[in-house]
Design a protein. Structure first.
Length: 104
């Protein structure tokens, strides 16, 4: 992952530790998050149901996915609606996306 530290002096403070992530693919393009953009991620060990999170599956590099909870299963979906169920011990949630930014 290509990470940059969030400037705590921002005019939009968010409680807790945050950082910017450079988006490397278009897997969330349908959500308006495209390759080359940056997303502000609030570091936390959970993601609210239906929100976009930065997740690590196994030892693979982090990915942005919508996170859903269905009983004892976590379902991760990309912007095209392709979903994959996982048990919670297969997933590490790095944090929840708070906003996306891009240069014009």
């Amino acid at each position: 992952m290509n990470l940059a530290v969030w400037n705590q002096a921002s005019s939009e403070p968010i409680d807790g530790e945050c950082f910017y992530l450079n988006v490397k693919d278009d897997s969330m393009a349908g959500e308006g998050i495209r390759k080359g953009m940056q997303v502000l991620v609030q570091r936390q060990s959970y993601c609210e149901n239906g929100k976009i999170g930065l997740v690590v599956i196994g030892n693979i590099e982090g990915e942005l996915k919508r996170v859903y909870y269905e009983g004892d299963t976590m379902v991760l979906k990309d912007s095209e609606g392709i979903s994959h169920p996982y048990s919670p011990d297969e997933i590490f949630i790095v944090g929840q996306v708070k906003k996306a930014v891009f240069d014009v």
